[in-house]
Design a protein around this ligand. Structure first.
Ligand code: DON
Length: 310
């Protein structure tokens, strides 16, 4: 078998193996618009540096990327602020729930890392840079469209509104950050951008394509655009590995061995450095930290390809 044939066979096998696990448990329902998603779906897309997309299952069905968006806003914020970002947010695993507030108080308004919600709000504030929310939302959407090479990428307004209507903890975190002088823009502006970035709707194929630069030292090998520097790319991958799944990050590193970022919509973006970007989507059963089926699929993919970084 050629490498290409082998990868097709592996992706098909992973999708097959997931079939008995689908539809068990329930989807994330703390955001009402997400509760309506059919939990029996599963998609996987692997995009390699030479532009091959190997997909299986529901890889072309759009889903709510949720916290996976935090990887891309972090890229924009690091490009804008460089090391100055790290005076406002840390780089250590939190060991706590994605929207926990306790640590933020103990650590005086400096979030542990950019992927817990408190840290992601600081990152979003850095992208907003005191400007208008509509402009920041357009910047983020444009960034995702160009990385995915697909103008169809868009925000699901129903999900964004649903987030806003139920986002009391996020509002608390943002107010807390503002009280500690760690937000430059008004709380309502930061929340508006954050809720909209989480409501980005993308397919596995688009998401894996968008993450490709993270597997190739910041170079989008298809657009031939240096999205960020090789050094920043290493750092983003390091934070995905150590913090990408909140208090399940150690478990994901142990079982999968790839930098990854999960979202409560059931998506996970994982990076196999120098090889490929991988997106999986399994909306149910969803744990808040990652999707159980998505993590299992990545574990099998890493085992069958030998792509673990360890
Ligand atoms: O902040 C929230 O509640 C969501 N919009 C995003 C959370 C999320 O995806 C957490 N991660 N797995």
């Amino acid at each position: 078998m050629t490498d290409a044939e082998e990868l097709h066979a592996i992706v098909a096998q992973v999708a097959d193996e997931m079939r008995p696990h689908l539809g068990r448990g329930k989807v994330a329902d703390y955001i009402p618009a997400l509760a309506r998603v059919d939990p029996r779906q599963f998609g996987i897309a692997v995009v390699t540096g030479d532009g091959r997309s190997v997909v299986a299952g529901d890889a072309d069905t759009p889903f709510s990327v949720q916290s996976v968006s935090k990887v891309f806003t972090l890229t924009l914020a690091i490009n804008r602020l460089d090391d100055a970002l790290w005076t406002r947010v840390g780089r250590e695993p939190s060991g706590s729930h994605f929207n926990s507030i306790a640590q933020l108080e103990a650590e005086k308004g400096i979030p542990r890392n950019p992927f817990i919600n408190a840290g992601a709000l600081v990152v979003t504030d850095a992208v907003l840079a005191g400007g208008r929310p509509a402009d920041a939302i357009a910047d983020i959407t444009g960034f995702m469209r160009s990385l995915a090479m697909d103008e169809a990428v868009s925000i699901d307004p129903e999900v964004a509104i649903s987030e806003e209507e139920t986002g009391f903890l996020n509002a608390s975190l943002a107010n807390f950050l503002r009280a500690y002088d760690n937000l430059g823009s008004p709380v309502s502006d930061v929340l508006e951008v954050y809720f909209n970035q989480c409501a980005l709707s993308m397919t596995c194929r688009q998401l894996a394509r968008a993450g490709l630069f993270l597997a190739h030292q910041g170079l989008d090998t298809l657009n031939r655009i240096q999205v960020t520097s090789p050094e920043r790319t290493r750092r983003i991958n390091a934070i995905m590995m150590t913090c990408g799944h909140y208090d399940a990050s150690g478990e994901f590193a142990y079982r999968v061995g790839l930098p990854g970022k999960s979202g409560v919509g059931g998506g996970i973006l994982a990076i196999a450095p120098r090889r490929a970007a991988i997106a999986v989507w399994a909306p149910g059963p969803a744990a808040p930290r990652n999707t159980l089926v998505g993590a299992l699929a990545l574990r099998r993919l890493a085992a069958l390809t030998g792509w673990s970084v360890f």
